[in-house]
Design a protein. Sequence first.
Length: 267
Amino acid sequence: MDALAALRLQLEWGADEALEDAPVDRYAATTAPPPPVELVPATLTRPPIVVPLVAVPVAVERAREAAAGAMTREALLDALARFDGCALAETAGKLVFADGNPGAGLMVVGDCPGDEEDRAGMPFVGPAGQLLDRMFASIGLDRGSFLATNVIPWRPPGGRPPTEMEIAICLPFLLRHVALVAPRRMVLLGTLATRAMLGGTLALSRARGRWHAIAVPGMDVTVQALPMAHPLGLLKAPRGKREAWSDLLRLRQALDADRRESEITPT
Ligand code: URA
């Protein structure tokens, strides 16, 4: 029973993934005698490994190159699947790319795949996705009316938040995806997607409620982006639903205005 209780506690703390086949006994590791000191003349010792300062920008640079080389969404998906510069790909189940209609003119961006998305290889199929579908259905939109994707295409282990570096490595792929889809409008769900696309450390509470024009590399025109609450946040704090509803109405009004405009000036 004690072992079961300890296991439950680990689950409550978010340790829901086994990353190694065999358990590691950390107590044994700390009490083991230190390895013998190698007595080698200083001139023969290996040079120090200076990893962070060199490796960090290189991974982002490699991501930029891989993303920029993709001329279609299929090529971008292929580039992501082959990219080995982000450790999240090692621990995630499946790569989660996108779902919906790339030609709809509306792109909806979340943060990271959850547990169910990781298993399905599709964004927004779990509880957050079900609420997202209900929210969008309330203004007459379904998965055919937008393309859903995430800033991070791999689920971080145990569902932890991604690091700044993981976000920086994944961002070039998202920006390239936006440029290839060329949506007129975007919805940014939650703080991570809002900060990734708008830059800086703007609080969602200050960013939401209005449209932001974003310049995306490779696009001639700016994209109008509307930050709003993430459905997962709304599941935890339903108080935010009132503001979310007003943001949904703002989105509906903008889409209606776009449609009227395109009826007057057909492309
Ligand atoms: N939350 C997200 O932001 N994206 C998903 O795909 C699922 C949950």
